[in-house]
Design a protein around this ligand. Structure first.
Ligand code: ADP
Ligand code: MG
Length: 203
């Protein structure tokens, strides 16, 4: 079967729907080790991007991705806004300079920029603990379904970690036993994107 082209507006909608449907759950995760707003923050950011969907579809793909990053920074707020914003803005910038076939490298550069921005490393119980495993799965040419499973498994795995960055780090050892909200939103988005690409027969 021939692969369908990626329709950016559709991809935005599936991401937005995943966050909206799980907003209460993300807030509950954040209430346990933070201030309870992660679901609300992510929903606000996704709805702002969704409102720009038609306009974004008219831009070249890298420009649209960069613009999504800017909208996320301006609308998510909190700690997650600048981090998700950096991720998308860097992916956009890197895509402008590279071939689409180099996507694993594009993603790696963007994840490293997020780590730098948050002064965080893998293992600190943040969204990086989903992003790095997703990148590793891409490099090892895992299927879309395997990448989504890896993201979900990695988010669940943050429960055993002690938070070293962000609000959750104020709890010290008491952060252990809870899933990180940012890791969870990142897994939800990864799963939504993988499912969409699979439906488009892109793998
Ligand atoms: P806030 O903590 O300001 O209320 P959110 O609740 O929206 O912001 O987002 C919290 C999430 O942001 C955390 O679960 C974590 O994944 C991520 N996070 C927070 N600080 C950092 C950091 N310094 N580096 C990477 N990720 C971080
Ligand atoms: Mg919060």
């Amino acid at each position: 079967m021939q692969p369908e082209p990626i329709h950016l507006a559709e991809l935005i909608e599936v991401c937005c729907a995943a966050i909206v449907a799980n907003s209460d759950h993300l807030c509950a995760l954040d209430r346990a080790i933070g201030d309870g707003d992660h679901g609300t923050n992510m929903k606000r950011g996704c709805e702002a991007v969704s409102a720009e969907g038609a306009q974004l579809s008219n831009l070249p793909f890298p420009d649209a991705v960069e613009k999504i990053g800017l909208t996320l920074v301006m609308n998510i707020g909190g700690a997650a806004g600048p981090l998700y914003g950096t991720l998308l803005m860097e992916i956009g910038r890197e895509l402008r300079m590279r071939d689409g076939a180099e996507f694993p490298l594009v993603l790696k550069q963007a994840i490293d920029a997020v780590a730098k921005r948050g002064r965080a490393n893998e293992g600190d119980k943040t969204l990086l603990d989903v992003l790095y495993p997703v990148h590793a799965a891409l490099v090892s040419r895992s299927s879309l379904r395997e990448i989504a499973l890896r993201a979900e498994y990695s988010a669940t795995g943050t429960a055993t970690m002690k938070a070293m960055r962000g609000r959750a780090s104020y709890l010290g050892d008491r952060s252990i036993g809870h899933i990180d909200p940012g890791a969870s939103s990142c897994a939800l988005l990864t799963t939504a994107i993988c499912r969409y690409l699979e439906e488009q027969h892109l793998q």
